[in-house]
Write a protein that binds this ligand. Sequence first.
Ligand code: SF4
Length: 570
Amino acid sequence: MKIVIAKTAGFCMGVRRAVDMVLDASTRYQEPIFTCGPLIHNPQVLQMLEEKKIFRIEKIPEKGSGIVLIRAHGVPPEDQAALKNAGFTVINATCPRVLRVQVIINRYAKKGHAVIIAGDEDHPEVVGLLGYTRGKGYAVDSMEALLALPIFENAIVVAQTTQNLSFYEGIKSWCRSNAPHYRIFDTICGSTEKRQTEIRRLAEENDAVVVVGGKESGNTRRLAEIAAGAGKPTVHIEDASEIDYESLSRAKTIALTAGASTPNWIITDTYRKIENHLQKQNAVKAGLYFLRDFLLKTNLLASAGAGSLTYACSKLQGNDQNFHHAWIAMLYVLSMQILNNLFAIRSDRYNHPKRALFYKENRTYLWILAVLSGGAGLYLSFLTGAVSFLILLVMSLLGLSYNLKIIPKPLGKGRIASIKDIPGSKTILIVIAWGTVTCLLPAVADPGNLMSVGVAFLFATGLVFGRTAFFDILAIQGDRITGKETLPILIGEKKSFNIIKYTLIFEIGLVLAANLSDLLANNAFVLAFIPSSMFLLIRFFEKDRLVSGEHREFVVEFLLISTGLLGAVI
Ligand code: SF4
């Protein structure tokens, strides 16, 4: 059984922009923030926004204060004026592609043209568009509705940006034959077009289709209609809890897609749930997947990666090996990762529901494990010397205070209350912490050639940066909404990908050059295999060729563990 995720599944540009704008406003302004109607048709995101004190207004009051954000669908011009007159500051997050349709309508309505809109008259985008037609707008949601209209002397024809392509083709073709003087505009959004074309193809190639997204979302419903129209069993769900596995039981391949307002973590969660359900049919596979998930959730895999990297850094420098520092790194990383996951149960409910549930159900055991491993790490570092102990103690305290509100109000200007609120902090702090335990602590206890230490440090931090920033890119939507400050949120996905790739290329060159100049142990060049593999993984991901779901996290974590395996042959 195979599950194929549509490349076009999830947030479109307009929705992502509107979500980003409202989240930016919530961190920038102290005033109350509202959205004019629901920001997007997705119950989970709406609940999350309410928890961030971003509420919605359904009816414009006569008087009000605060900030109102106009969502991607847009509003009629009179609503925008009414919001301003009521006393609100308006932020217009209308999608630029919807704005383009509003401009076209406005231009022709001014000249007295009638405006025919292929769309549902109750859909918020169409309501907004009708507002620009100066009373000469007609929404048609069927050929019958179009045929019921008179032939106008002057008219333009546009479509709701998420309209069904073939329906609009029918409208256009009728107009060309029966009212050739009408001006027709292609206003279906490219993102909608691609999404519909892809699901049509996927529905033909696969045995069943799962469409994830709000039941109120017109574009999601349309995807389900197209898939069902191809004659394949189609399930439209809002989240993974609604899947009817019975209807998918005979499918050998399943296509998974999602509407423009479905966050990527809901898509990933649905993928994982279907994958888990399917694996139950094969005991060996089910056992292996359970083990993989357990190792990932408990952070044992990440911890083993830290230990392996410490060992590899030591071997790179040609040191005699004992595993003391590898143990310290493992125990520190295990403790910090578990504690951070325990502190993040509330926000993880949305973007990592499985992990949040695991940490909630096993809270006591995980607290004990975190405290014991943290304590054991400190004890081992104490055995190596007071300086190592102090460094690890400071790092542990920093790690513990990451989520706590320790920054005074005047210093953080009211917006930055804890270390986690500092832009980019999550990615950068993890890299510094890992670099310190994997490379600097061993160097403090046993100082060697400073240049070799420096090269090993750059090697370790570069790999950890690649791993962490890649995971942060995968979680960018959830992190953004739940308020975690990662590098991809600060500088964007594209730049983050580029920085990761340049860092990995630098790593490869660094290991090879340092090996040639005898700064590192003989055969150290074999470790260039790890950044090379990570580079390829990132390229595969960018080209949508990387395995989905938890496999990719496992593969990346396993790469760090492989540094230890390769270190053994140096
Ligand atoms: S579907 Fe297209 S037009 Fe609609 S909000 Fe998204 S990007 Fe904008």
